[in-house]
Design a protein around this ligand. Structure first.
Ligand code: PMP
Length: 372
């Protein structure tokens, strides 16, 4: 028996529910897999070549914790160009997740309140709780829009951070200019951190996605290459924000991740100049296909970005519906309870080929029929 060895923090969260569906799917012969949160396109060839060349040339050692200078400088120049803030510094991280971990370590004291929107990406509440933070949920059902007044009402003397994710996982909803601006100004007024996870920034189908950093120069932004360039296995992301915060994140990175993988950083430098417009256009078409295929039978907010949709289940709970989808149709989708305190919806990822999306729509059409 080794259970008594385990630290209390291991009890603050369950294994990711996404992994459970993944494991179920591994047992099926020909699943319709609409559960995966990564693009189905491959890493661009010039990005692959850059990583191979870096490895061949012996760029395999530790990198500076803050990132290799050419990548950091290029990112910094772009960020300065975009925002023109006097005090905005960049740090290369181990995926966007690495940035999230560092941000929570650097900013959250035990008892600090962290406001997250419900539903949201699984790591926000898990990581905030892991460092002793108290998670405060702001419900966004049924349209998944941000009500700034509701967020304002949730702010207390202990609030330290608000986490924004637009375009959002799991809903695909893109926050409007009024929402982004309202939240940015609210955070500034109350002197709280606004953490903006912009990992889906490139996947915006109705015009450019707005960052709250446009309206508040102290917003901490997390971004990365996992989704934009289809390279989640390479563990490359970046964070930018006020230098005092970034400096602490660098210090924490020295004592934990050390640095992002060096060959991936050389590849990231090339990736910054690779056009991904064709892939994004293809994802817009997949979005249209899925939305049109489901809109009649499902209560569904039309997603404006990312590669997810979050329909309401037509009967039962999210867990019951997903269980039936997997058992009867081999359709892998994720129950809403993985992302939410409610269990009334399910997440579909359309990061799949069109034939798989079509099969998924067909199966969901049958599943929407009244239960016999
Ligand atoms: N943020 C969001 C909203 C995500 O959906 C994901 C990946 N599913 C991440 C962060 C983590 O990304 P990375 O692979 O770059 O760590």
């Amino acid at each position: 028996m080794t259970h008594h060895w385990l630290a209390d923090r291991t009890r603050t969260f369950d294994p990711s529910g996404i992994r459970k569906v993944f494991e179920l799917g591994a047992k099926l012969a020909d699943p319709i897999n609409l559960s995966i949160g990564q693009p189905d396109f491959d890493v661009p060839v010039e990005v692959k070549e850059a990583a191979i060349e870096a490895i061949r040339e012996g760029r395999n050692g530790y990198a500076l914790s803050q990132g290799i200078p050419p990548l950091r400088e290029k990112l910094q120049a772009r960020i300065d160009d975009e925002y023109g803030h006097g005090d905005r510094q960049v740090l290369v991280t181990c995926g966007t997740s690495g940035g999230l971990v560092l941000a929570m370590w650097a900013l959250i004291n035990p008892g600090d309140e962290v406001i997250v929107f419900d539903p949201c990406f699984v790591m926000y509440d898990a990581l905030a709780a892991m460092v002793g933070g108290r998670v405060v949920y702001v419900d966004t059902y049924p349209d998944f829009r941000i009500d700034v007044a509701q967020v304002a009402a949730a702010i207390t003397g202990r609030t330290k951070m608000i986490v924004l994710n637009s375009p959002a996982n799991p809903t695909g909803v893109v926050a409007s200019e009024a929402e982004v601006r309202g939240l940015a100004e609210l955070a500034a007024r109350h002197d709280v951190v606004l953490l903006s996870d912009e990992i889906y920034r490139e996947f915006c189908y109705e015009g450019p996605c707005l960052s709250p950093a446009r309206y508040n120069d102290r917003v901490l932004v997390l971004d990365g290459f996992s989704k934009s360039h289809g390279m989640p296995g390479w563990r490359l992301g970046f964070a930018h924000g006020p230098s005092a915060v970034i400096e602490e994140m660098i210090k924490l990175q020295q004592y934990s991740f050390v640095c992002a993988p060096q060959p991936a950083q050389w590849a990231g430098l090339v990736a910054l100049d690779v056009e991904m417009d064709a892939q994004i256009a293809q994802y817009r078409r997949k979005r249209d296909m899925l939305y049109q295929g489901l809109a009649e039978r499902y209560e569904l907010v039309r997603p404006g970005g990312a590669f997810y949709a979050f329909p309401r289940v037509p009967w039962g709970t999210g867990a019951e519906f997903v269980e039936r989808a997997i058992r009867q149709h081999g359709l892998l989708i994720i129950p809403g309870s993985v992302f939410s305190r409610r269990d009334s919806h399910f997440r579909i990822s359309y990061a799949a080929d069109e034939a798989t999306i079509r099969r998924g729509i067909e199966a969901l059409g049958q599943l929407a029929l009244p239960r016999p």
